[in-house]
Design a protein around this ligand. Structure first.
Ligand code: NAD
Ligand code: MG
Length: 384
């Protein structure tokens, strides 16, 4: 590759964002950073801006604007702050954007980026859950490639033979089962924040860690897979694979399973999303076949983890239900992490939001965000 690729990173200060910058740092001849965005962690954003010297840096938290501006005043970097500024920055032309904001907050920036970039590497699953059709249709219209970063979807992408779509029997998403796989229902109900954040195999941001503990993460991933691969949900299965070595599989009609394997290190799927259609070297963890544990598989225990079946119902019910499932979960997880509710309250809040939502016509981004806001308000009202 002769010219350096211009990269935009949304959510640079997060767990995925830091892994992206680690990869970019290892191959400066290949990439240059056009813009970085962060939420509240101004110190890390300042450090990243000094290290990578992007053209633009945007912080979501407007109260941190002057700290950021002062710290970077000697560098040729344009600084902005606020939600609108994050949405606007994605209209800067790039070769690739990595979308790694957490939550539906990443939806508008992703949609705005589509006409101005060739490739979007999407880690940010919540926008696909709430507005997958809108994102995929807009990307198709503009010829922008959507590359999955989520390890399961990245694995499927690597082995999904589009030309043999008619012979794909099913997609199998693997799931570690989270920290409570072997816990009793009663013990799970009393789980603490610390317990929920102890993922057995992956180190990730707080929200996705709690989602992995409820298995809501796998439920969101089911909806994500439906949109990314245009597959009906009856062709998407979930299997618990506690070792997190096989990251997902595609089963073909001839009896073949194609799978992608690797260590549980996000730098592997991220490297693929940064270098596709080529590959790149990474310094990430490697899978050593000879010392790897035996690979085991189990069915999901739906009695202990009802969220997967709930997500299936939402997919059947339609987009409004998927928006509600995601929005209520975002509210409930935030409340749990702020010690306002217990772990046992997360699923009931989602269920209640699904029962009580007022469905508005969903024609465009604004109506989707309005629906999202209305579910959030309702979900907040269930938290006393
Ligand atoms: P994180 O919490 O570590 O980082 C989130 C990033 O988004 C941070 O930069 C934060 O400052 C920013 N942010 C938060 N709220 C924002 C807002 N309202 N507006 C703008 N920016 C905001 O999360 P993460 O673990 O890196 O996950 C990011 C996304 O990637 C999530 O959607 C998650 O489900 C998905 N994902 C993460 C992993 C992982 O290994 N961490 C794996 C697969 C998928
Ligand atoms: Mg995943």
């Amino acid at each position: 590759m002769s010219e350096r690729q211009k990269i935009g990173v949304l959510g640079a200060t997060g767990s995925v964002g830091c892994n992206v910058l680690d990869l970019i740092n290892s191959q400066p001849e290949r990439f240059e950073i056009e813009y970085l965005t962060g939420g509240k962690n101004v110190d890390l954003l300042i450090h990243q801006a000094r290290t990578y010297c992007p053209k633009y840096v945007v912080i979501q938290d407007e109260s941190k604007f002057s700290i950021l501006k002062d710290a970077l005043s000697s560098l040729p970097i344009e600084i902005h702050a606020g939600d609108q500024a994050i949405a606007d920055i994605t209209t800067i032309k790039t070769d690739r954007v990595v979308a790694s904001i957490v939550g539906v907050a990443g939806l508008r920036p992703i949609l705005n980026a589509i006409p101005h970039t060739k490739i979007i590497a999407i880690a940010n699953k919540e926008p696909l859950v709430a507005a997958g059709s809108l994102v995929m249709e807009k990307a198709a219209q503009h010829g922008t490639k959507i590359l999955p970063v989520d390890s399961e979807h990245n694995a499927i992408f690597q082995v999904f033979e589009e030309h043999n779509r008619a012979y794909i029997k099913r997609i199998v998403l693997t799931a570690s089962g989270g920290p409570f796989r072997t816990w009793s229902k009663e013990k799970i109900a009393a789980a603490t924040i610390q317990d929920s954040l102890k993922h057995p195999n992956w180190t990730m941001g707080q929200k996705i860690s709690v989602d992995s503990a409820t298995l809501v993460n796998k439920s969101l991933e089911l909806i994500e897979a439906h949109h990314l691969f245009s597959m009906s949900q009856d062709k998407i299965d979930i299997v618990i694979h506690p070792q997190s070595i096989i990251h997902s599989l595609v089963e073909y009609e001839d009896g073949s399973y194609l799978a992608q394997l690797g260590a549980a290190d996000m730098r592997t799927p991220l490297a693929y999303a940064l270098s596709w259609p080529h590959r790149m070297q990474t310094s990430g963890a490697r899978l050593d076949l000879l010392s790897s544990p035996a690979l085991t598989f189990e069915d999901v225990d739906h009695e202990k983890f009802p969220s997967v079946n709930l997500a299936r119902k939402c997919l059947k019910a339609g987009q409004a239900a998927c928006i509600a499932f995601n929005a209520a979960n975002e509210v409930a997880v935030d409340a749990f992490l702020n010690e306002r509710i217990g772990f046992r309250d997360i699923l009931p809040i989602i269920e209640k939001a699904l029962q009580n939502q007022n469905v508005m016509p969903l024609s465009d981004l604004e109506s989707i965000l309005e629906q999202d806001r209305s579910v959030r308000a309702a979900a907040q009202s269930y938290i006393v």
